[in-house]
Write a protein that binds this ligand. Sequence first.
Ligand code: 9Z3
Length: 379
Amino acid sequence: MEPRTPTEASDTLPEIKQNSYFDDNAPPKVLDSYRKLGKAFVSDHLQSGRRVVLVTSGGTTVPLENQTVRFIDNFSAGTRGATSAEYFLENGYAVIFLHRQYSLLPYSRHYSHSTNCFLDYMAEALNGEVMVNPEYQQKMLGVLRKYNAAKNENKLLLLSYTTINEYLWELKELAMLMRPLGPKALFYLAAAVSDFFLPKDRVSEHKIQSSDIKQPVTNGAPTSEPKGIASTASGKKLMIDLDPVPKFLKTLVDGWAPEGMIVSFKLETDPSLLVSKAHQALDKYSHHLVIGNLLSTRKFEVVFAAPEREEQWITVPVHRRVKSVTGARPNLSAKDWQTTEQEWLRGEQELEIESLIVPEVVKMHKEFIEKSQEIKAED
Ligand code: 9Z3
């Protein structure tokens, strides 16, 4: 996992110039205010010499209408990102948390989207005031202290997106703002990003009406139809014609963040594909680490793929039987996984896999910074 030398890291931004995505798709309205917030945050931590991580979290949407009633979504609750952000803060990082609006957030995640409604954490005191239920006092105090420390020390910047277009613009902007941090910038891309999108000029302004879909027509929609859709000759089917999302990871590596360390996640559902797909992503984008996970076991195991290294599995101890947590993949039966999942759902297994993932990433980032400094010193 070598840093690239300054000559390898291009000063021009080739991929950005080549692809016209940002010419054709307008920036989100919040971009100017995010730029100001991001700039102030980065310059604050640049001065203190702190490492800064951009954590992306949650799914991106592809709206089918400008005034959006319907959209295509990517799976992600934001658990991976929100939990990891907390461990990065514990490891001394400042965190820019770029997340899907209304997905889980660091610290507050402990009290939302859970089996308990937040009101279940409350109780009525004898004097009629609302208090925290004594059962939860201890844990909540711990969470509250960490949350307040992150806020008071300006170590956590929360910025949000909803659509794939907002995500791409904001990622680009923040990556460029983080360039002065050099190798101290870390990108931890846990967001579940759409592979396909509907370009702006093909998005219909208003809600697509099923009565607008005439038949028979072929793909390539006659002008009378709402833009971007077409029906088949066989019936009133909505056919959506999506374009591939530009390979932003390549642009991030080569242009937006040439000196930072870049970690991406790879999500698969077929276990036989996970490792090869993680390596493929690494070869394609030439970044520093791919963390592979399967939808079904993502809370209990992940695999690290990095250049010139053996794959490394990180596994949460299963059913109190698996002691080792890093290294080769433990040979577990489907039943073992089921037991783990049940224990986790019952709250018996409290170890969060992010508490194992993040320290490994932090270790790799430290080595990355040291190597970058050695290369600079040699020049
Ligand atoms: C992940 O694989 C994340 O770990 C999860 C986290 C989405 C599974 P939750 O938020 O889930 O804890 O519910 N993210 C996928 C990242 C992704 O879409 N990667 C792109 C790809 O695989 C490249 S950046 O092509």
